[in-house]
Design a protein around this ligand. Sequence first.
Ligand code: C5P
Length: 250
Amino acid sequence: MTEPFRKTSESAVPAKDRLMVALDCPGDEALDMARSLSGHVRWLKVGMTLFYERGPDVVKRLSGEGFDVFLDLKLHDIPHQVQGAASRVAALGAKMLTVHAAGGAEMLKAALAGSREGAEQVGVSPPAVIAVTVLTSLSEADLSAVGLTSPAAVLVERLATLARDAGLAGVVCSPHEAAVVRGALGGSALVVTPGVRPAGFDSQDQSRVATPASAIRAGASHIVVGRPITGARTPVDVVHRIISEMEGES
Ligand code: C5P
């Protein structure tokens, strides 16, 4: 089975395909939003809230409407469980899936194996499995409180390398870590960055934001943007503004 996400050159990916819209709104609103974005974006990110509200059908439904679904469930459990969960996610037709790199090499390999098994069962391409390194919500003090005493940047690089060595397609990280991660993983890895705000937008509860252009410049292959789009009066206009900001950097 081919690995559709192992691309040879970042610049070969059109800016429209680098934007992932986070549908962090109640179910009906999320589905209406998806409909209004049809034809304007390729990727929608479904997180835990929407998934737990609407269940697996939401992935099938959005995929059926022509979107690529990034299912951000951040799996973290014993390898056997994660293998089973990744297999079911793949069989739903999700195109991207997250796991916590801190689950360790065996868990990461199990996620990859499960995603391939599930995809094969239904005859689709396996999703890209990418790893969450260090949650950007954790401060150095939070990390130290759970026994992680290295600086966050060191942990991020270490976990990104672990994910790469386990065969994963890439990682999720802050735009501020994208350059370090890109340097560690090389040009073909997926580097997916949330915490992105178009110039002039409120950062809301994101503590360290970057613009679409600066995230791409730092090495992001994809950016995740939620509320600046889903909370806008004219979401499609914001989508096009973000895409054109990225086009300046491709
Ligand atoms: O609305 P906003 O653009 O801030 O949404 C960002 C999305 O990225 C949310 O779905 C959030 O859960 C996710 N995310 C994040 N920071 C991380 C990991 C994921 O903001 N470190």
